[in-house]
Design a protein around this ligand. Structure first.
Ligand code: HEC
Length: 136
Protein backbone atom coordinates (compact mmCIF):
# COMPACT_ATOMS: atom_id res chain seq x y z
CA UNK A 1 0.00 0.00 0.00
CA UNK A 2 2.92 2.35 0.70
CA UNK A 3 4.31 1.91 -2.80
CA UNK A 4 0.85 2.42 -4.30
CA UNK A 5 0.29 5.68 -2.49
CA UNK A 6 3.69 6.96 -3.60
CA UNK A 7 2.76 6.15 -7.17
CA UNK A 8 -0.54 7.86 -6.62
CA UNK A 9 1.10 11.11 -5.58
CA UNK A 10 3.47 10.93 -8.51
CA UNK A 11 0.52 10.43 -10.83
CA UNK A 12 -1.28 13.39 -9.33
CA UNK A 13 1.79 15.56 -9.75
CA UNK A 14 2.26 14.35 -13.32
CA UNK A 15 -1.39 15.05 -14.11
CA UNK A 16 -1.13 18.52 -12.60
CA UNK A 17 1.96 19.25 -14.71
CA UNK A 18 0.25 17.95 -17.84
CA UNK A 19 -2.79 20.08 -17.12
CA UNK A 20 -0.58 23.11 -16.61
CA UNK A 21 1.27 22.37 -19.85
CA UNK A 22 -1.68 21.43 -22.05
CA UNK A 23 -4.73 22.83 -20.30
CA UNK A 24 -6.71 24.88 -22.78
CA UNK A 25 -10.42 25.58 -23.02
CA UNK A 26 -11.01 22.27 -24.80
CA UNK A 27 -8.69 20.17 -22.65
CA UNK A 28 -10.13 16.66 -22.26
CA UNK A 29 -11.00 15.57 -18.76
CA UNK A 30 -8.71 12.56 -18.63
CA UNK A 31 -5.20 11.76 -19.77
CA UNK A 32 -5.73 9.34 -22.66
CA UNK A 33 -2.03 8.46 -22.90
CA UNK A 34 -2.09 7.25 -19.31
CA UNK A 35 -5.43 5.58 -20.02
CA UNK A 36 -3.82 3.59 -22.79
CA UNK A 37 -1.31 2.20 -20.28
CA UNK A 38 -4.16 1.32 -17.92
CA UNK A 39 -5.97 -0.49 -20.73
CA UNK A 40 -3.28 -3.17 -20.35
CA UNK A 41 -5.37 -4.30 -17.35
CA UNK A 42 -8.30 -4.90 -19.69
CA UNK A 43 -6.32 -6.39 -22.55
CA UNK A 44 -6.14 -9.85 -21.00
CA UNK A 45 -9.84 -10.17 -21.86
CA UNK A 46 -10.62 -7.35 -24.30
CA UNK A 47 -9.44 -6.10 -27.65
CA UNK A 48 -10.78 -2.98 -29.28
CA UNK A 49 -11.69 -4.52 -32.62
CA UNK A 50 -12.48 -8.17 -31.89
CA UNK A 51 -14.18 -10.30 -29.28
CA UNK A 52 -11.92 -12.17 -26.86
CA UNK A 53 -13.04 -13.48 -23.46
CA UNK A 54 -14.85 -10.13 -23.31
CA UNK A 55 -16.66 -8.26 -26.10
CA UNK A 56 -14.82 -5.91 -28.44
CA UNK A 57 -14.82 -2.27 -27.37
CA UNK A 58 -15.07 -0.55 -30.76
CA UNK A 59 -18.11 1.71 -30.90
CA UNK A 60 -18.60 1.51 -27.12
CA UNK A 61 -19.66 5.10 -26.47
CA UNK A 62 -23.40 5.57 -26.86
CA UNK A 63 -24.26 1.93 -27.44
CA UNK A 64 -26.43 -0.22 -25.19
CA UNK A 65 -24.72 -2.72 -22.89
CA UNK A 66 -24.77 -6.21 -24.35
CA UNK A 67 -25.19 -5.07 -27.95
CA UNK A 68 -22.22 -6.64 -29.78
CA UNK A 69 -24.25 -9.04 -31.90
CA UNK A 70 -21.76 -11.92 -32.14
CA UNK A 71 -20.82 -11.98 -28.44
CA UNK A 72 -22.57 -14.17 -25.85
CA UNK A 73 -23.25 -11.91 -22.86
CA UNK A 74 -24.55 -12.86 -19.43
CA UNK A 75 -28.26 -12.31 -18.79
CA UNK A 76 -27.20 -9.73 -16.21
CA UNK A 77 -25.44 -7.60 -18.83
CA UNK A 78 -28.20 -8.08 -21.40
CA UNK A 79 -30.86 -7.02 -18.88
CA UNK A 80 -28.87 -4.16 -17.34
CA UNK A 81 -30.47 -1.37 -19.40
CA UNK A 82 -27.16 0.51 -19.37
CA UNK A 83 -26.05 2.80 -22.18
CA UNK A 84 -22.28 3.25 -22.15
CA UNK A 85 -21.06 6.80 -21.71
CA UNK A 86 -18.56 8.61 -19.46
CA UNK A 87 -20.87 8.44 -16.47
CA UNK A 88 -21.99 4.80 -16.72
CA UNK A 89 -18.46 3.61 -17.50
CA UNK A 90 -17.15 5.50 -14.48
CA UNK A 91 -19.77 3.89 -12.23
CA UNK A 92 -19.27 0.43 -13.76
CA UNK A 93 -15.48 0.45 -13.53
CA UNK A 94 -15.41 1.26 -9.81
CA UNK A 95 -16.70 -2.26 -9.14
CA UNK A 96 -18.20 -4.05 -12.17
CA UNK A 97 -19.61 -6.93 -10.15
CA UNK A 98 -21.50 -4.57 -7.88
CA UNK A 99 -22.78 -2.35 -10.69
CA UNK A 100 -23.98 -5.25 -12.87
CA UNK A 101 -24.91 -7.88 -10.35
CA UNK A 102 -24.22 -11.23 -12.03
CA UNK A 103 -21.86 -10.01 -14.75
CA UNK A 104 -19.27 -12.46 -15.99
CA UNK A 105 -16.63 -9.73 -16.13
CA UNK A 106 -14.14 -10.93 -13.54
CA UNK A 107 -12.40 -7.66 -12.80
CA UNK A 108 -12.29 -6.16 -9.31
CA UNK A 109 -12.43 -2.55 -10.46
CA UNK A 110 -10.44 0.67 -10.50
CA UNK A 111 -10.82 2.57 -7.25
CA UNK A 112 -8.77 5.61 -8.27
CA UNK A 113 -11.07 8.21 -9.92
CA UNK A 114 -8.18 9.76 -11.88
CA UNK A 115 -7.31 6.36 -13.32
CA UNK A 116 -10.95 5.85 -14.34
CA UNK A 117 -11.11 9.27 -16.00
CA UNK A 118 -7.86 8.58 -17.87
CA UNK A 119 -9.02 5.15 -19.01
CA UNK A 120 -12.37 6.55 -20.15
CA UNK A 121 -10.58 9.33 -22.07
CA UNK A 122 -8.58 6.63 -23.85
CA UNK A 123 -11.69 4.53 -24.54
CA UNK A 124 -13.52 7.59 -25.93
CA UNK A 125 -10.71 8.17 -28.44
CA UNK A 126 -9.72 4.62 -29.31
CA UNK A 127 -13.20 3.10 -29.67
CA UNK A 128 -14.14 5.70 -32.28
CA UNK A 129 -10.80 5.74 -34.11
CA UNK A 130 -11.49 4.70 -37.72
CA UNK A 131 -7.92 3.39 -38.03
CA UNK A 132 -8.69 0.79 -35.32
CA UNK A 133 -12.46 0.43 -35.53
CA UNK A 134 -13.65 -0.05 -39.07
CA UNK A 135 -17.42 0.45 -39.44
CA UNK A 136 -19.28 -2.84 -39.21
C1 HEC B 1 -11.06 -11.21 -16.63
C2 HEC B 1 -11.53 -10.74 -17.90
C3 HEC B 1 -11.88 -9.27 -18.04
C4 HEC B 1 -11.13 -8.17 -17.70
C5 HEC B 1 -9.77 -8.13 -17.06
C6 HEC B 1 -11.92 -7.02 -18.11
N1 HEC B 1 -13.10 -7.42 -18.66
FE1 HEC B 1 -14.58 -6.19 -19.38
N2 HEC B 1 -15.71 -7.82 -19.79
C7 HEC B 1 -15.34 -9.14 -19.60
C8 HEC B 1 -16.46 -10.00 -19.91
C9 HEC B 1 -16.46 -11.52 -19.83
C10 HEC B 1 -17.52 -9.15 -20.29
C11 HEC B 1 -18.95 -9.56 -20.63
C12 HEC B 1 -19.68 -9.54 -19.29
C13 HEC B 1 -21.08 -10.09 -19.27
O1 HEC B 1 -21.62 -10.49 -20.32
O2 HEC B 1 -21.62 -10.11 -18.16
C14 HEC B 1 -17.01 -7.78 -20.21
C15 HEC B 1 -17.76 -6.65 -20.50
C16 HEC B 1 -17.29 -5.36 -20.50
C17 HEC B 1 -18.05 -4.20 -20.87
C18 HEC B 1 -19.45 -4.17 -21.41
C19 HEC B 1 -19.32 -4.16 -22.93
C20 HEC B 1 -20.60 -4.27 -23.71
O3 HEC B 1 -20.47 -4.53 -24.92
O4 HEC B 1 -21.69 -4.08 -23.17
C21 HEC B 1 -17.22 -3.12 -20.72
C22 HEC B 1 -17.55 -1.67 -20.99
C23 HEC B 1 -15.97 -3.61 -20.24
N3 HEC B 1 -16.04 -4.97 -20.10
C24 HEC B 1 -14.86 -2.82 -19.98
C25 HEC B 1 -13.68 -3.30 -19.41
C26 HEC B 1 -12.56 -2.45 -19.08
C27 HEC B 1 -12.48 -0.96 -19.38
C28 HEC B 1 -11.63 -3.26 -18.49
C29 HEC B 1 -10.29 -2.86 -17.91
C30 HEC B 1 -10.32 -1.89 -16.84
C31 HEC B 1 -12.16 -4.60 -18.47
N4 HEC B 1 -13.40 -4.59 -19.04
C32 HEC B 1 -11.50 -5.72 -17.95
C33 HEC B 1 -14.13 -9.58 -19.16
C34 HEC B 1 -13.11 -8.78 -18.66
Amino acid sequence: MKIRSHCHSLLLITSALLLAACGGANAPQGDAAHGKELYAQCAGCHELSKNMAGPKHCGLMGRAAGSVSDYAYSEAMLDSGIVWNEKTLDEFLIAPIAYVNGTRMGFAGLTNPTDRADLIAYLREATSDPAICSPD
